[in-house]
Write a protein that binds this ligand. Structure first.
Ligand SMILES: Cc1cc2nc3c(=O)[nH]c(=O)nc-3n(C[C@H](O)[C@H](O)[C@H](O)COP(=O)(O)OP(=O)(O)OC[C@H]3O[C@@H](n4cnc5c(N)ncnc54)[C@H](O)[C@@H]3O)c2cc1C
Length: 474
């Protein structure tokens, strides 16, 4: 296969770049080692659209954060994913923290963040009455928001695919050789240009070709997720003062009316270690107590962790390396927020290098999933008239119908696993975490993909649910 641009990684960075390149006449291939888009860091994070006061002025992080934040609303309308601009507060509980709040305010101003204000205790408690009354002051950022991380990543990738970008899954890039006019990847793919957007593996992908390098250290962040009953805890993203390792423990609503609490910040070696630990979760409880002293942990429905790709350069690495190669590495937080701006920046570099022409047939819009629970009874009935599967509730916790699950299996990037379905339309995201709906989801997947029950997987190959007909076969 011969392409103009080969992107390694279908996380939010690779997918945003793919969507921008879909606006040109380039032939683009995205190669992903996992079985689906949004399978590593982009699936396990806080889902915050940061305002942009955290990063040092003039860094790529600062510029792309503020730009990505400004792009998010229009993008959510074009691509139909869940996003809400709910504002954030950085809470300060000690008088001596005031100078840090002031420094963040000044840094935000320098970065071009709009609308920042410093609030005193009374204003904070009037806005968020559950905040611990020890609070002294806070930095309020009205431009901050929340986004569905899966929704954003999947929407970008689907729109790229709708416009002709090719995605290959279960294909780790393991070898890259320089050729006369480009690169040969895995001995089978010829390309003029490579974009290395391999997340925590970006250093290893870079080293397949280049000696000089950067390092990427995975920094684990663990979380608690609380069910809808806890949704009134806060309507604003609540941060504490940042630490050397990051933005500290936050409490935030999600776009699906859950409450998310975390993350920890632990440097680790294993790039696949997304376990949670009692110690890590205890740390979150201890730290979050400062923000809200009455968190109902009996509403916890799951815990999980994600890995930040922390580089040794302390900024995003977005740079050309020789002819026909761009590294998009060290994309730690605020990478999700910055993704739309990263996509634009990288695509622009490639457009210049390959003199790419715009594609006049490019379609910027993508239709979202039907999301029956958000419809009026009339709209829902109209859908049922078209397909009675929209009248069959499969996931009772999140009110998801068979029709929505079937939709997820028939898109330009179809869901092929239970996790793929879950990230697209949410069965299994609720209180029972799939306890009730899993067999039904497996059945729908089986029929949609015309495969046998023992081929239905949670995610990657090896995660099949059914391994034998009875226990004697195990
Ligand atoms: C705990 C935590 C909290 C965060 N919170 C926020 C937040 O609130 N707001 C925010 O803006 N950002 C946040 N971030 C950062 C954000 O999640 C990341 O910046 C973003 O998801 C990075 O996306 P990516 O595409 O660069 O990496 P990834 O999503 O990791 O994608 C890289 C892809 O490359 C694939 N790959 C790797 N090696 C190969 C190979 N050899 N061949 C083929 N494919 C390969 C991987 O499988 C993966 O799918 C957070 C991150 C963490 C961990």
């Amino acid at each position: 296969m011969k392409v103009d641009v080969l992107i390694i990684g279908a996380g939010v960075s690779g997918s945003a770049i793919a969507r921008e390149l879909a606006k040109t006449k380039a032939d683009v291939l995205v190669m992903e080692k996992e079985s689906d888009v949004c399978s590593q860091t982009s699936k396990a994070n806080s889902g915050i659209v940061h305002a942009g006061y955290d990063a040092k002025p003039n860094t790529l992080k600062a510029k792309l954060n503020v730009k990505g934040n400004a792009m998010m609303k229009k993008l959510s309308e074009e691509l139909s994913f869940d996003y809400a601009q709910i504002g954030s507060l950085v809470l300060c509980f000690e008088e001596e923290g005031r100078k840090t709040i002031r420094a963040l305010f000044d840094q935000g101003q320098a970065n071009g963040v709009v609308g920042l204000e410093i609030w005193e205790k009374e204003q904070i408690l009037a806005h968020e009455p559950n905040v611990n009354c020890d609070v002294v002051c806070a930095l309020y950022a009205p431009s901050a928001g929340i986004v569905c991380p899966f929704g954003l990543n999947i929407a970008l990738a689907e729109n790229a695919a709708d416009n002709g970008v090719c995605f290959h899954f279960d294909e780790p890039v393991a070898s890259i050789r320089k050729t006369e006019d480009g690169w040969l990847v895995n001995g089978a793919y010829e390309t003029k240009y490579i974009v290395n957007a391999a997340g925590v593996y970006a250093d290893q992908v870079h080293q397949l070709v280049f000696k000089d390098s950067f390092t990427i250290t995975p920094r684990k962040g663990q979380y608690f997720l609380l069910d809808h009953e806890a949704k009134d805890l806060t309507s604003t993203v609540l941060f504490q003062l940042p630490t050397k390792l990051g933005k500290g423990v936050l409490v935030t609503p999600t776009v699906h009316e859950n409450i998310l609490i975390g993350p920890t910040a632990e440097d680790i070696e294993n790039k696949e270690d997304t376990t949670t630990s009692q110690d890590g979760l205890e740390q979150i409880r201890r730290k979050a107590f400062r923000t809200l002293s009455d968190i109902p942990y009996d509403h916890v429905i799951t815990s999980f962790s994600g890995l930040r790709a922390v580089s040794d350069r302390n900024d995003f690495i977005i740079e050309r390396c020789g002819k026909g190669w761009i590294d998009v590495a060290g994309i730690e937080s605020p990478g999700l927020t910055s993704a739309p701006a990263i996509g634009e920046m990288v695509a622009q570099m490639i457009v210049e290098d390959l003199s790419l022409k715009p594609d006049p047939d490019y379609l910027p819009f993508r239709q979202g999933f039907s999301s029956c629970r958000k419809l009026s009874p009339e709209q829902w009935n109209a859908l049922i008239e078209k397909d009675p599967a929209y009248g069959v509730i499969v996931c009772r916790c999140e009110t998801i119908t068979e029709g929505e699950i079937k939709e997820a299996c028939s898109r330009s990037i179809p869901a092929t696993s239970v996790d793929g379905i879950k990230r697209r339309v949410r069965p299994g995201m609720g209180k029972c975490q799939g306890g009730f709906c899993l067999p039904k989801v497996m059945d729908i997947l089986q029929k949609a993909n015309r495969v046998s029950a023992d081929q239905i997987r949670k995610a990657n190959p090896g995660s099949e649910y059914i391994v034998a007909e009875n226990k004697e076969g195990i």
